[in-house]
Ligand binder design. Structure first.
Ligand code: NDP
Ligand code: GDP
Length: 344
């Protein structure tokens, strides 16, 4: 029998890659999308699957709507990827972020419990929950210390997912995913901001890129690899919590260096701290500068995960290397600027 999946956040980066994977595996895919003047489905268009999914209006802030969506679609699997997902914005929108990223999870779980208790549930939890990391690398057993309203809300979402599993026996999974990127990443996130910004500089469409904390270190993987892990979690006989990560760490500055290299920009650094600048070795032009307003009220200095549980229990492993990922993102952005296909 054809399986039916409901994906919230289908218009986001992970929603697009997960839709493609589920369609390839023969699923009927429903995308739960919030009402907007015009649907923002450029990522699904980019992957050539916009016509293959069915959309249903959905808002994580309205229980009657969530309940109706579950009732109408009766999915075998729900992937809750919808969120206000930008850490920086959560400092400006702490209450909204709490409602959507935290309480919103309970709305779906409660609807599943009442209407369709056989439905399996995946929650998009985040490495940001580890925040001020109590151990390096972070494992499923590492204690949490969230450092932003986003991370605090995600922690609530994580524990309510565990709680509905323990209290009601629902099949629920919490995927604690470390940063994962792709050419479909939102352009506010640091990786895509860098690849798009440097591609613009290379083409003479911009002169300078203003950055925040260059010393932050992240464990960056490819989103296409991570949606495979999500699916594998949901296929297990019992719901559980798993980390997906590469185990490799790079600083923001290293990401910039790699992207510049991929684009053939001869970048060198001068100065220290907030006075550090990246300059073009050939022309002497300033390409990168530091903007202190882009620093966060509380920072996650280093984030690196140990995915050995997912590796041993799910057989999951990332496929794309850091170097490949940066190169693919940078060259795709350059290409988009060249052929006018940039949709963000
Ligand atoms: P994106 O920001 O690309 O996508 C977020 C999605 O959520 C969009 O489809 C957006 O819809 C939707 N959304 C936001 N608010 C609402 C709402 N109130 N009701 C319904 N839908 C809403 O995120 P990613 O694809 O990168 O991430 C997917 C999930 O994984 C998120 O929950 C994120 O927090 C989490 N995560 C991501 C990581 C990463 O590195 N990418 C790491 C760890 C966790 P719209 O198009 O209308 O804006
Ligand atoms: P996050 O790990 O979910 O917060 O993902 P981001 O891509 O938004 O940020 C990753 C890291 O890059 C954080 O430590 C940021 O402080 C740092 N960073 C440095 N400069 C920037 C910038 O200009 N934009 C963003 N988004 N992050 C930046």
């Amino acid at each position: 029998m054809t399986k039916r999946a409901l994906i919230t956040g289908i218009t986001g980066q992970d929603g697009a890659y997960l839709s493609r994977l589920l369609l390839e595996r023969g699923y009927e895919v429903w995308g739960a999308v919030r009402r907007t003047a015009s649907i923002n489905n450029w990522r699904l268009v980019d992957l050539g699957i916009a016509g293959d999914v069915q959309f249903i209006e959905f808002d994580l802030l309205e229980f009657s709507n969530v309940q109706k969506v579950i009732e109408k679609t009766r999915p075998d699997e729900v992937y809750n990827l919808a969120a206000q997902s930008f850490v920086s914005a959560s400092f400006e929108l702490p209450i909204y972020t709490g409602h959507v990223d935290g309480m919103g999870v309970t709305l779906i779980l409660e609807a599943i419990r009442q209407v369709s208790p056989g439905t399996r549930f995946y929650q998009a939890s985040s490495s940001e929950m580890f925040g001020k990391a109590q151990a390096v690398p972070q494992r499923e057993s590492t204690s949490f210390h969230p450092r932003s309203p986003y991370a605090v809300a995600k922690l609530y979402g994580h524990w309510i997912t565990v709680n509905y599993r323990e209290s009601y026996g629902l099949h629920t999974c919490s995927g604690i995913l470390f940063n994962h990127e792709s050419p479909l990443r939102g352009s506010d996130f640091v990786t895509r901001k860098i690849t798009l910004g440097l591609a613009r500089i290379k083409r003479g469409e911009a002169s300078e890129l203003r950055m925040g904390n260059l010393d932050a270190k992240r464990d960056w993987g490819f989103a296409g690899d991570y949606v495979e892990g999500m699916w594998r979690m949901v296929q297990q006989p019992e719901g559980d919590d798993y980390i997906l990560a590469t185990g490799e760490v790079h600083s923001v500055q290293q990401f910039i260096d790699r992207a510049a290299e991929a684009l053939g920009i001869p970048l060198v650094w001068e100065g220290e701290g907030c006075d550090k600048i990246g300059i073009d070795r050939k022309t002497g032009n300033r390409l990168i500068s530091i903007d202190p307003s882009l620093f966060r009220p509380a920072e996650v200095d280093i984030s690196v995960g140990d995915a050995s549980k997912a590796q041993s229990q799910l057989g999951w492993q990332r496929q794309m290397s850091f170097a490949q990922l940066v190169e693919e993102m940078a060259t795709r952005d350059e290409q988009r600027l060249q052929d006018g296909s940039l949709r963000y």
